[in-house]
Ligand binder design. Structure first.
Ligand code: HEM
Length: 281
C-alpha cells in the first residue's frame, strides 16, 4: 500500500488510496451490499425515505435485541454491571431509533397514498426482529410465529426466543436470588406465554425502590429498565401518531383495524410492575 506524503508537512499526509482488492472499510461495513438493498415498489420519489427509514429501524431493532440478549445472559450469571452497560447502551440506541421517526412523522394521506398500494399486504407487523424485541420484553405470543412459517431461519430464531426467558424473567430470577420474595409461580411460569403482572412482584419492586440508597445496584437496574420501558412506549406512540396522520382510521396493509389496533398495543406498559410499584413507595 502506498502513501502520498505532501512535502509541505506531515499534517497534510493524505489517506491511503491504493488497495489491491476492495477497501478494508468495504470488507468491514459491506456498504456496497447495504446501499444496494433499496428497491422501491413505486415511482414515487417519497417512497425511498419510507423504505430506508424502515430498514434503519430494522438495524436498530437488531442492535437492541443484541444488547438485551447480552443483558439477559449477564443477569443469568449475576454479572449486573455487564447487564447495566448493555441496558444503558440500549437506552441511547432507543433514543436514536425513536429519532428516526422524524422523516415520516408528518406524512400526509396524499403523500402516503402515492406508494401505499404498492406495499400490497406488506406491514411492519411482519417484522421478525421487532417481534424478538417484544418477546424479550415479555410480550410472548406463539401466534406471532405464524407469518414466518415460510422462512425457516427466521422461524427457528423466533421459536427459540419464544421459549427462552425474557429479559424481565431474568431480572425477576436475579431478584429472587437476592432474597426478594418473587413468587415461585412467577419463577416457574410458562415462558412461551405473555408475562402477566403480579401483585407480589409489584411489592418486590416497591421494596427495591424504597431503599434509601437510591444508588443501590437494584435501584439502578430498575431505573435502567424503566428507561427502556419508557422509550419503547414512546416508539409505539410515535408510530401510532405517524399512522394516524398518514392514514386516519383506514384498515392497515397488514389487515388489522389500523389505528384502533395500534392504540391497544400502545396502551400497554412495558415491565408493568416497575410503573405500578411507584404508587406504593
Ligand atoms: C407512517 C408510516 C407507517 C404507517 C402508516 C404504519 C402503519 C401501521 C399499521 C396500520 C400497523 C398495524 C398492522 C397492519 O394492519 O398493518 C402497523 C404495524 C407495525 N408497524 Fe407500521 N406504519 C408505518 C411505519 C412503520 C415503520 C417505519 C416501521 C419500522 C419498522 C413500522 C413497524 C411496524 C411494526 C413493528 C408493527 C407491528 C406493531 C405491533 O405488533 O404491535 N411501521 N403499522
Amino acid at each position: 500500500m502506498s502513501q502520498f506524503p505532501d512535502a509541505s508537512g506531515a499534517g497534510s499526509v493524505t489517506p491511503n488510496l491504493d488497495f489491491a482488492g476492495t477497501t478494508p472499510y468495504e470488507d468491514y461495513v459491506q456498504a456496497d451490499v447495504l446501499t444496494h438493498l433499496q428497491h422501491p415498489l413505486s415511482d414515487d420519489p417519497g417512497e425511498m425515505v419510507f423504505l430506508v427509514t424502515t430498514q434503519v429501524m430494522e438495524l436498530w431493532f437488531t442492535v437492541i435485541v443484541h444488547e438485551w440478549e447480552t443483558a439477559s445472559r449477564a443477569l443469568r450469571r449475576d454479572e449486573v454491571p455487564v447487564a447495566m452497560d448493555a441496558l444503558k447502551r440500549s437506552v441511547r440506541e432507543l433514543d436514536a431509533l425513536n429519532a428516526s421517526w422524524r422523516p415520516l412523522a408528518q406524512l400526509t394521506p396524499v403523500q402516503f397514498n402515492a406508494y401505499r398500494s404498492a406495499l400490497g399486504e406488506g406491514s411492519g407487523f411482519q417484522s421478525a426482529m421487532y417481534r424478538r424485541m417484544e418477546f424479550l420484553l415479555g410480550e410472548k405470543s406463539a401466534s406471532m410465529l405464524v407469518p414466518h412459517r415460510g422462512a425457516p431461519r427466521v422461524h427457528a430464531e423466533l421459536e427459540k426466543a419464544l421459549h427462552e426467558p425474557s429479559l424481565y424473567d431474568e431480572v425477576l430470577r436475579l431478584l429472587a436470588r437476592r432474597g426478594l420474595p418473587v413468587p415461585q409461580s412467577v419463577l416457574d411460569r410458562d415462558l412461551s406465554q405473555r408475562y402477566e403482572p403480579s401483585p407480589e412482584v409489584e411489592g418486590v419492586w416497591a421494596e427495591v425502590y424504597g431503599n434509601e440508597d437510591q444508588d443501590a445496584e437494584l435501584v439502578r437496574l430498575g431505573e435502567a429498565l424503566t428507561d427502556v420501558g419508557e422509550l419503547v412506549w414512546r416508539w409505539r406512540n410515535d408510530h401510532l401518531v405517524a399512522t394516524r396522520r398518514a392514514m386516519g382510521a383506514k384498515a392497515g396493509t397488514g389487515g388489522s383495524a389500523g389505528v384502533a389496533w395500534l392504540e391497544k398495543r400502545a396502551a400497554k406498559n412495558v415491565f408493568p410492575e416497575l410503573w405500578t410499584a411507584r404508587s406504593h413507595v
